[in-house]
Design a binder for this molecule. Structure first.
Ligand code: CP
Length: 346
């Protein structure tokens, strides 16, 4: 099949032209296998999708005939709904599956569920799963399907990281040299892990802050042994948030993930709030105009103050808005230039 040089996202309100996707990406599992150029290309496509979403009639025929299944074995508001909206705006047929009410209730395995969807001619499976690695298992065994990781255990959440990168790039102009402080429960955060890959590849300076017990020692204890050019070799850790935040361009608060903690990580919630809650007073140490981010859902009054979460420096709602566009860009990247599986079967 020939790939067009460029693709027009036609619609009733005119066309937006995108460069044809480069490379042969089939899956989006994490950002470790993205180059900086590919991330840049996804962010550029996201900008075009934002334009589509700004139209009165948000509908283009780009993915007509493609079938996208969202398969969520863990709860979600932002990721699941934005994938559904993204697929529908691009005219794909989107089917939402959850573990309850499907044959998963009868004990069907993840792999057999995936094989069943592949046999039905599905083009893209978007999967969220409580255990790390599940999307990789599907990708390995479903050669005819594109798999997108919508969050696997503590491991990765690449589409969240891409929407974070897009939001930062839009506001700052560039990620190169930006100081990004990621605060809180980094240990249990798949968002932080994917952001570490994305931010370091794009040349940002990342500082992790929070209690030592919530720092990812697997990433950091071996830092001295990392090759100098390994992306994480330059990531800093500073448990003193007031010091870490000095001169920051972006402060990203993470949700304290009590559901993933078996206890013993914190002396007390009150102590955590006192030392690591992101507040207006702490943001005064950051650069003027610094951005406050949070992937959501938030524990307001714990990792972030309510005033700051809804204040002028917060781009948290913008992150959510951009999530739809970035997921459109990814669906486009995986599907455009290859025929629908249903059409091939026919
Ligand atoms: N940020 C995020 O993944 O949110 P949801 O759990 O609501 O999808």
């Amino acid at each position: 099949m020939t790939t067009p040089d460029a693709m027009a996202l036609g619609g009733e309100a005119g066309e937006v032209t995108l460069a044809a996707p480069t490379g042969s990406r089939r899956n989006v599992l994490d950002l470790d296998d993205f180059t900086a150029d590919e991330i840049t290309s996804v962010l550029d496509d996201t900008g075009a999708m934002v334009e589509v979403l700004g139209r009165d009639i948000k509908k283009v025929p780009t993915l007509r005939g493609r079938v996208v299944v969202t398969m969520f074995y863990e709860s979600s508001t932002r990721t699941r709904i934005s994938f559904e909206e993204a697929g529908k705006v691009l005219s794909a047929d989107v089917i939402n599956m959850s573990s309850s009410g499907s044959s998963v209730d009868k004990g069907e395995s993840l792999l057999n569920t995936g094989l069943t969807l592949q046999a039905m001619g599905v083009d893209v499976v978007v999967v969220r799963y409580p255990h790390s690695g599940a999307p990789y298992l599907l990708a390995r065994h479903l050669p005819q399907v594109s798999v997108i990781n919508a969050g696997d255990g503590l491991h990765a959440h690449p589409t969240q990281a891409l929407l974070d990168l897009y939001t930062m790039r839009e506001r700052l102009g560039t990620l190169l040299g930006a100081k990004v402080v990621i605060v809180g429960d980094v240990l249990h955060s798949r968002v932080a892990r994917s952001n570490l890959w994305g931010l370091t590849k794009m040349g940002a300076n990342v500082v992790l802050s929070g209690p030592t017990t919530l720092m990812p020692l697997d990433l950091l204890s071996g830092r001295d042994e990392l090759e100098e050019d390994h992306p994480f070799a330059q990531v800093d850790v500073d448990t003193d948030l007031d010091r870490a935040i000095e001169g920051a361009d972006v402060v990203m608060a993470l949700r304290l993930q009590s559901e993933r903690q078996q206890g013993g990580f914190l002396p007390s919630l009150r102590e955590y709030i006192r030392r690591w809650q992101v507040t207006d007073a702490r943001m005064a140490r950051a650069k003027s105009g610094a951005l406050v981010m949070h992937p959501g859902p938030m524990n307001e009054g714990v990792e972030i103050s309510t005033a700051l979460a809804h204040g002028e420096s917060s781009v948290i709602e913008e992150q959510v808005t951009n999530g739809v566009a970035v997921r459109m860009a990814l669906l486009y990247r995986l599907c455009a230039g290859r025929g629908s599986r249903m059409a091939q079967a026919g």
